[in-house]
Ligand binder design. Structure first.
Ligand SMILES: Nc1nc2c(ncn2[C@@H]2O[C@H](COP(=O)(O)OP(=O)(O)OP(=O)(O)O)[C@@H](O)[C@H]2O)c(=O)[nH]1
Ligand SMILES: [Mg+2]
Length: 474
């Protein structure tokens, strides 16, 4: 009988004192099997830990004021890195584009109705410098606006469709996660449609006509009521938009419909067709304000280890002033920020606060981002966006110096303006960053697919380079 040790655990684990040789053999076999299984588990755990370590997640934050182009940039990432999914979702944008059309027409109608009221003496007194703005309108304009009244019906139905609550359990939620503000679906005072991130879910059930080579073979178009109304009114809409008196009225009243986001009136025939199917360009040009935060997750192949694809998370936020408080929680673990400054907006004001110039707001925001201590180690990538609009504006004779005094006597052209803005934003970056960091700046028009895909590749390389540098330091 083995002597008792002082270790109670060793005693417990010791083989029984009266073990027979057969029992001993069985015990030893069981112990060997258990050891084998235990080693296997250890090995699995080790592998899991290594895999977790090498699983890189890159987080990219899109920041900037409302209408700066954040969601459009996100859509460009989707088009570049998950093109099949992007294409599959184009149908869901039809309603948004139809709403954009209705909204443009409604803006023109508001101006026409106001002019007609003035002409008929029905306008409220007091707001009258309108004789200068006035263009004589006739009965046909009046008839046109009455016929177009039916658009209201299409508008409210489209809004209801897009705002319909999403059902749970749809796979789409995996790609675009509605992170905050589940109920943040609101029509604002400016009546611009805003929806939460997973607004597309109800549309997944709608059967829309595919592009001509549709894989499901269906030519049969899904024609809902708003589509039917918009189609029936297409000629009246075109008549309104192409009417020389109406154009003159808009010009005199400085209503620049073409410059308002989501402008499709030059494509009326195409987008009002019963079997209209949005192109990729249409999706990029469509306007849908973001409420809350949405996240796009995809796998990006890493150049230094082809076998591993890093997970990328791109976070898109709402840019209106009231929504900026929701940005903070995302600062902690971000790898990089793309900050969008729409420099074409130098002569515009914020929709949410008409006392604030949009360029000044962008500059203030840029300062705040540059000096934020939480972000001091993060790569800041600046997009001076809407260059195409800036160019058209300068070419049409709008003088930058009238709005930006310091621009002075410089030539009023796009190259000079871009250089000027670049140096202004660079100076802020230098002065306000808590410690020196590299200044990355691109002049962009993020609705342009070709130009933007090159820029996104450059952005990807900047972020990956930074990540490699950090992982070597760790
Ligand atoms: N022409 C032109 N249009 C642009 C450009 N960038 C964005 N847009 C358009 O401007 C509108 C606003 O862009 P969004 O991407 O929705 O802006 P956002 O920053 O996400 O705005 P919020 O969601 O309100 O914060 C959309 O209709 C875009 O198609 C650009 O560089 N050029
Ligand atoms: Mg947005």
């Amino acid at each position: 009988m083995p002597a008792k040790s002082n270790d109670p655990f060793a005693d417990m684990l010791a083989p029984p004192a009266n073990e027979t040789p057969a029992e001993r053999q069985m015990r030893e076999e069981m112990e060997r099997a258990a050891k084998l299984r235990s080693d296997e588990i250890d090995e699995e755990l080790k592998k899991e830990r290594t895999a977790l370590k090498s699983k890189r997640v890159m987080k990219l934050l899109l920041l900037g004021q409302s209408e700066s182009g954040k969601s459009t940039t996100l859509r460009q990432f989707q088009l570049a890195y998950t093109p099949a999914a992007f294409k599959a979702e184009r149908a869901t944008w039809r309603g948004v584009i139809q709403l954009n059309v209705v909204r443009s027409i409604r803006l023109i109608l508001d101006t026409v109705v106001d002019a007609l009221d003035h002409q008929n003496g029905a306008a409220p007194s007091g707001d009258d410098d309108s004789s200068v703005d006035q263009v004589p309108l006739n009965d046909e304009h009046d008839r046109l606006r009455h016929r177009l009244d039916r658009l209201r019906d299409a508008e409210s139905k489209l809004m209801a469709q897009i705002r319909a609550p999403a059902e749970e359990g749809d796979g789409f939620a995996q790609r675009v996660a509605d992170k905050i503000n589940q109920d943040a679906i609101q029509a604002r005072a400016d009546k611009e449609l805003a929806v939460r991130a997973n607004w597309k879910q109800p549309f997944q059930r709608l059967r829309l006509p595919g592009p001509r080579s549709s894989l499901d073979g269906g030519d049969e178009a899904f024609v809902d009521e708003p589509t039917e109304i918009i189609h029936e009114l297409r000629q009246d809409m075109a008549a309104l938009w192409n009417d020389p008196d109406v154009r003159e009225l808009l010009r005199r009243r400085k209503v620049r419909i073409e410059e308002i986001s989501g402008f499709f009136l030059n494509d009326l025939e195409r987008v009002t067709a019963r079997n209209y199917f949005p192109t990729s360009d249409d999706v990029l040009r469509a306007r849908l304000k973001t409420e809350g935060v949405s996240e796009y997750v995809f796998q990006m192949e890493m150049p230094e280890a082809r076998a591993h694809a890093a997970e990328w998370r791109i976070v898109d936020v709402g840019g209106t002033r009231s929504q900026r408080a929701a940005w903070m929680p995302f600062f902690d673990d971000a790898n990089a920020i793309i900050f969008l400054a729409p420099i074409s907006a130098f002569d515009q004001v914020l929709a949410e606060d008409r006392s604030v110039n949009r360029l000044e707001d962008s500059v203030t925001l840029w300062k705040q981002i540059c000096q934020n201590k939480l972000l001091e180690h993060i790569e800041l990538i600046l997009f001076l966006n809407k260059m195409d609009i800036l160019e058209a504006k300068l070419n049409s004779g709008v003088r930058l110096a009238k709005y930006v005094r310091n621009f002075g006597e410089r030539p009023n052209d796009i190259e000079t303006a871009a250089k000027y803005f670049r140096s202004k934003f660079h100076a802020i970056h230098r002065e306000y960053s808590p410690q020196p960091r590299k200044f990355y700046c691109f002049t962009t028009s993020v609705t342009d697919v070709v130009q933007t895909s090159g820029i996104l590749a450059a952005v990807r390389d900047i972020i990956i380079r930074q990540h490699l540098k950090e992982s070597r330091l760790m």
